[in-house]
Design a protein around this ligand. Structure first.
Ligand SMILES: CC(C)(COP(=O)(O)OP(=O)(O)OC[C@H]1O[C@@H](n2cnc3c(N)ncnc32)[C@H](O)[C@@H]1OP(=O)(O)O)[C@@H](O)C(=O)NCCC(=O)NCCS
Length: 176
């Protein structure tokens, strides 16, 4: 991808970040991509207030990928302490997926987690129904830890589940 720039998102990026994340995760727009949560969840993935909280938290950051002026991808990074980092909200504009941007964002997240937070391991949480996504994370070096995390039922700011048996599996890899 030519003319690609990855930088920290700031408050002025919140409206575009919100549009991007919702379009990648939920609803009909997300089906243009190769993997989506649209069959598992409705409602929102995030909202501007949640994004503002992330951007103002010294233990978190949002890396944003731009093609020219257009925000086309993002990834949240977070320090979980004790050398453990986390990434989430990984989003690529659905019509631009499968072109390598997701992998580049994960590589940028790994570097930032190491440099900013001294992370030696990275953890992610994934819905186990998302088999092709899990296979991709495995190709990127992530393996299930055996832990699970409950889905936040009853908290619509995380979405409206379409089934009652959702929970996350935790995956982890070491950073070189
Ligand atoms: C997950 C996501 C960020 C990936 O972004 P992307 O730009 O498509 O990622 P890349 O192009 O770098 O890699 C895509 C991988 O999927 C593979 N892939 C592409 N189409 C696929 C398909 N139809 N089925 C299975 N795998 C496929 C590619 O071969 C590639 O694997 P490789 O890196 O081992 O070669 C993007 O799909 C997205 O925004 N999804 C919606 C939000 C989401 O689910 N985020 C993750 C939640 S934990």
């Amino acid at each position: 991808m030519t003319d690609l720039r990855i930088r920290d998102a700031g408050p002025a990026d919140i409206p575009a970040l919100h549009r991007l994340i919702e379009s990648a995760y939920r609803g009909e727009a997300s089906r243009a991509g190769w993997t989506t949560e649209a069959d598992l969840l409705e409602g929102q993935r995030t909202d501007p207030a949640d994004l503002a909280d992330i951007l103002s938290d010294p233990d978190q950051a949002m890396l944003a990928a731009f093609a020219g002026e257009d925000l086309i991808g993002c990834i949240l990074i977070a320090d979980r302490g004790a050398g453990v980092g986390y990434f989430g909200m990984l989003s690529v504009q659905p019509t631009l997926q499968a072109g390598g941007l997701g992998r580049r964002l994960i590589e940028a997240a790994h570097a930032a987690l190491r440099e900013r937070f001294g992370a030696r391991r990275v953890r992610i949480s994934v819905l186990p129904q998302r088999e092709t996504l899990i296979q991709w994370y495995q190709r990127l070096g992530y393996a299930p830890t055996g832990e699970t995390l409950p889905f936040p039922y009853g908290e619509p700011r995380f979405g409206l589940p379409l089934r009652d048996d959702l929970s996350f599996i935790v995956m982890e890899r070491a950073l070189a």
